[in-house]
Design a protein around this ligand. Sequence first.
Ligand code: AHR
Length: 507
Amino acid sequence: NAENARIKIDVERTIGEVNKNIYGNFVEHLGRCVYGGIYDPDSPHADENGFRKDVLEAAKGLNISLLRYPGGNFVSNYNWKDGVGPDRPKRLELAWQRLETNEVGTNEFMTYAKMLGTEPYFAVNLGTGTIKEAQQWVEYTNVKEGPYYAELRKKHGYPEPHNIKYWSLGNEMDGYWQMGHLNAIDYSKKAREAGKLMRLTSPDIKLIAAGSSNYRPDANPDEWNRTILEELKDYIDYIALHIYVGNPDDNYYNFMSTPLVIEERTKIVKGMINEVMQRTLRRDHTEDPIYIAWDEYNVWYRARSGANMVGDRALEEHYNLEDALVISGMLNAFIRNADVVKMANMAQLVNVIGPIFTSKDDMFKQTIYYPLALFANNMHGTSLDLFVDCETYDTEEFFLGLGETTTKQTDVPYLDVSATYKDDEVTIAVVNRHKDKAITTDLIAQTGEFTGSLEIFEVNGPDIKAKNDFGETNVATKKLESVKAKGKSVTYAFPPHSLTIIKGKIK
Ligand code: AHR
């Protein structure tokens, strides 16, 4: 039918392998993320170590590949030594202005990561911390025995090293808000020397440099990224980028286009990586190129000022369906750039700006939980370069979110699509951005044919502002009835404001 939208699937037209680490998450000492979130000894749901069993169960549903810890802004004034051993000093926590009890630290977090079955990803303090403290932390976690900090870990009851592979060299060091903020050259020097010491201590670690997080109008993120790539190209494995988008003007279609900004920024940084890699003389630790880690991303704008920013209940966003669709678009953008985006971490797992929300004795899954769970459990294998033909729209210039630059998007497709291919099975993720219209679409196999039936999952809700709450689920994943699919093409109508995941065999 000439009026239908079209998605053409050619399983030989590939982008790259989807790295499971794009389904990472993040636990920061912030608001009720750790205390009152993953850990709450006073809750009726606590286990013998104080961890919330109900939260752990929900987190398991997200199939989390990698868990970043302990910050975020928090890390830039954190001394890891306060969080190990029997004496835990209480500290004034400056990033989010609360009291840090240090009840949870390195070893407790590792216990949690093991229970969750996830790989840890640590960030060192390159704000107020020293390169020596960073090295000592790696010695504590990764060296089996012998030197002082390895023996100290054993004395603390952990005879085996934790073998933490992923380490980021500071957090958002381009941000003027960062404690110990540096300019690009000074950051590069400190990161290089810290990285050297850390890798001499534990040669197989992967290092992630703090790329740009500051896209305010007066910042120069491209300059920051170019400088640190140039200065650190022989040492790092990833450059980290951060993005938070919002809908401050309450304009649905503008908001729906925001994931495209991830794509733009990814392409710019990918170009810079390719450029500096041509002039790399010595990458002695790996043959791999430098990859991009979107190691903080989310929707965040409601709880972003005044009393909502700090203290024990900082940043408590309550998500709705349109937020879940934006998250779906962001995940699509990561998959469409699977050749270079090899890590992503939603910020953050619980409460604050996360997919799980708790009270002392209850919890619920926020709307953004559902797309993340669907992608993490289904979208694996090789990312496919699809042909998508559908109607488009343009936006006016608008603010991406508080404290961000403006953007204007043209030719935004109503259907936002990515696909993966594995063992003859294609999995297609489709966001229908249209608010009111179902979009009837021909899915066309360019190579081979559909065989068997299609498994279909949908995330949707009664309207774009629908939210979940304690005891109330309005937005969730529904498994729909399978559809028979035989031959070259199958037609499907994607409902308004929805995410659909379709799985089927193409042979
Ligand atoms: O995720 C909340 C904060 O956002 C993080 O601590 C910081 O890295 C970013 O500015």
